[in-house]
Each structure stands twice: as structure tokens, then as C-alpha cells.
Design a protein around this ligand. Structure first.
Ligand SMILES: Nc1ncnc2c1ncn2[C@@H]1O[C@H](COP(=O)(O)OP(=O)(O)OP(=O)(O)O)[C@@H](O)[C@H]1O
Length: 267
């Protein structure tokens, strides 16, 4: 279980995140929703410690990860893979090598630096690409791929890391509707198939409702909504999105809410 207990983060005078309590079960697929600036990215970044909390504690299966440093911090980061809106691939390298970067924690550094990946690592990387229908692109330079293809490569890289948790920060924000579905399907597949916990920041309520088992809504740095997709009513959306809500609600009314599978518990 991934737990946030009273977690806050201040940047100068800005309180980005205030007193967030969350308890996310292993294998859950959780969407974090809310307006721009609500604190969603900061929450995700605190989990893998790209940003450290100003106060509060983050625990994974009872282990306090809040104060980890050095080797212990690297080990924790290997267990929680991060996926970014801008993919963060190395454009001049080929797709397979980008995916192999996810194996860095499983290979001796000298071998990785020399590009001497084991046959096993290569097979694992290729198999990850196959799962997302992009094995044919293995030898292409990453920068030549479309955004949707690049994001699937990033998900393959995260998968071969063999993480416990995948933290995806607006992974579909720069994608068209077809690629949005392909990328969300890829995240869902690895969640269901391998039981990897997925926490994903999303702008679109429609996507959040159709893919996530449970939702956490943030406004002005605080958690103001928790529930299953069916709990995301028009009133809840208005509370989260204010004036922006109508646009979101239009898209939402076009999609029936699926039944929730798992719920985020209060800590
Ligand atoms: N490194 C930083 N330095 C200063 N302020 C920051 C930093 N990171 C975030 N903030 C501020 O913290 C608040 C929350 O930002 P955050 O990026 O977490 O929100 P968000 O909900 O992810 O927004 P978006 O959807 O636009 O990414 C904002 O006011 C933002 O300007």
C-alpha cells in the first residue's frame, strides 16, 4: 500500500500541496484530477521524491520513503517508475535502447554504459514493445516517432523497470484522441496484467471516469473529492473545476460511468 500522511509542500510563499492523506491499495488504478495548478504534479513528484515534502510522510508497504537518500533513494525510484507528458526519451537513440534504459537497475553499470545489454534484457525490452504493438519500431530513432508512439515507448521503458508503482503525470496531455486511447489502454493493460499500481494525473474527466477504478480530486493543493467513477457527478465536477466544469461535463455526459472496482481509502 502507498500512503501519504499529512503531506504538504510549499514553494516559497506558494502552498502547492496541503495536508494530503491518501492510501492507495496495491494494484489500484487511481486517477488524480483537478484544474491546472491544483497540486497534482507535485503530489506525484513527491511520491518518487523528485520533490521532497515540506512536512508529512510517504510510506510504501510500511517503509517510510520520505527521508531516503543515496542508494536507498535510488532503489525506491527504481520501484516507482515515472511517465511524463513530454515522454522524456533520448531522441537520438533507437527505441530499443530507450526501453533498455529501464533495465539500468538490473544490469551492472559498466555493461549498460558500453551498451552491452544481455540477451535476456534485450528479449524483455522487445517483448515490452510487442505488448504495445510497436516492436517494428525497435531500431528507429526515438525522435522520429509520433507522440503516441513515443509515449508507448516510455511506458515500455517503465514496464521493463519492473516497478511496483507507475506514476504518470499527464501522459496524454499532448496526444490526439486515438493516441490517448492507445496510451491509456497500455497503462490499463500493465495494471491488470502485472498488478502494477498506477497513479495517473489527468485533465479529462471523461478519460478519468472510463479508465480509473478510483479518483482523487484536488483543488488549491487539497484533496476535495474521493470516490469511484460513478461518484463523479456534475456537482462534484463543478466543485473541482469551477467555471471550466461545463466543458468537462459535456464530454462526461456522453459516457456512462462504469462501476468502481477499487476505492481509495482515507488514511
Ligand atoms: N518547482 C516549483 N517552484 C515554484 N512553484 C511551483 C513549483 N512546482 C509547482 N509549483 C506551484 O505549485 C502549485 C501546484 O502546481 P502543480 O504543478 O503541482 O499543479 P498541477 O495540478 O499538476 O497543475 P498542471 O495540471 O498545470 O500541471 C502551482 O501554483 C505551481 O505554480
Amino acid at each position: 500500500m502507498l500512503e501519504l500522511r499529512g503531506v504538504s509542500r510549499r514553494f516559497g510563499q506558494t502552498l502547492a500541496v496541503t495536508d494530503v492523506d491518501l492510501a492507495i491499495e496495491r494494484g489500484a488504478f487511481v486517477g488524480v484530477i483537478g484544474r491546472s495548478g491544483a497540486g497534482k504534479s507535485t503530489v506525484l513528484r513527491m511520491v518518487n521524491r523528485l520533490v521532497s515534502p515540506s512536512s508529512g510522510a510517504i510510506l510504501f508497504d510500511g517503509m517510510d520513503v520520505t527521508g531516503l537518500k543515496g542508494e536507498a533513494l535510488r532503489a525506491w525510484r527504481a520501484r516507482c517508475a515515472m511517465i511524463f507528458q513530454q515522454f522524456n526519451l533520448i531522441g537520438r537513440l533507437d527505441v530499443l535502447t530507450n526501453v533498455l534504459m529501464g533495465r539500468l537497475n538490473h544490469a551492472p553499470t559498466w555493461r549498460a554504459l558500453l551498451g552491452l545489454w544481455s540477451d535476456e534484457d534485450r528479449a524483455i525490452a522487445l517483448s515490452a514493445l510487442e505488448q504495445f504493438d510497436i516492436a517494428n519500431l525497435a531500431s528507429e530513432r526515438a525522435e522520429n516517432l509520433s507522440g503516441g508512439q513515443q509515449q508507448r515507448v516510455a511506458i515500455a521503458r517503465a514496464l521493463v523497470q519492473e516497478p511496483d508503482v507507475i506514476l504518470a503525470d499527464e501522459p496524454i496531455a499532448s496526444l490526439d484522441p486515438r493516441n490517448t486511447r492507445l496510451v491509456m489502454d497500455a497503462l490499463k493493460r500493465i495494471n491488470r496484467r502485472y498488478g502494477i499500481t498506477v497513479v495517473v494525473n489527468l485533465h479529462s474527466l471523461e478519460i478519468a471516469r472510463s479508465y480509473c477504478d478510483s479518483l482523487v480530486g484536488m483543488a488549491a493543493g487539497r484533496v476535495v473529492f474521493r470516490g469511484g467513477p460513478a461518484d463523479l457527478t456534475a456537482d462534484a465536477a463543478r466543485a473541482l473545476y469551477g467555471l471550466e466544469a461545463e466543458e468537462q461535463l459535456e464530454a462526461l455526459s456522453a459516457t456512462p460511468a462504469p462501476a468502481p472496482v477499487r476505492v481509495v481509502a482515507h488514511a
